[in-house]
Design a protein. Structure first.
Length: 116
């Protein structure tokens, strides 16, 4: 077992320049899943696109927009989102307050998101 706390985890910048905290990874003994916390500030977004794995995203604070399949979907604190493998998507925060996202995805994907 491993317990992570965002306040005790080093903050990094994602490729889209958003703060990200890698909470549970292979380094912590996770063999099949990884968990990261992503925060989108005012007028920030993730990079558009998809990937060959599914993921689950929990909106921990704020609200924003999930763009997928050519449509914009309003998302709010408490929403849980399942994104299929290969599904193009982008999270956007057009508002003043930060939006927090807890993302669970397959193990060994962390390196694809880290800045090089």
């Amino acid at each position: 077992m491993h317990i992570s706390n965002r306040a005790k985890t080093a903050k990094e910048l994602s490729r889209s320049q958003n703060p990200v905290w890698w909470l549970i990874t292979e380094q912590h003994g996770a063999r099949s899943l990884e968990t990261r916390y992503l925060e989108l500030g005012k007028s920030c977004s993730t990079s558009p696109g998809g990937h060959p794995w599914e993921q689950v995203v929990y909106v921990t604070k704020g609200w924003g927009v999930l763009r997928s399949g050519g449509k914009d979907h309003e998302i709010v604190e408490g929403d849980v989102i399942h994104i299929q493998s290969g599904e193009d998507h982008q999270f956007l925060n057009p508002w003043e307050d930060a939006m927090g996202l807890l993302v669970v995805m397959p193990a060994k994907t962390e390196s694809l998101f880290r800045r090089k």
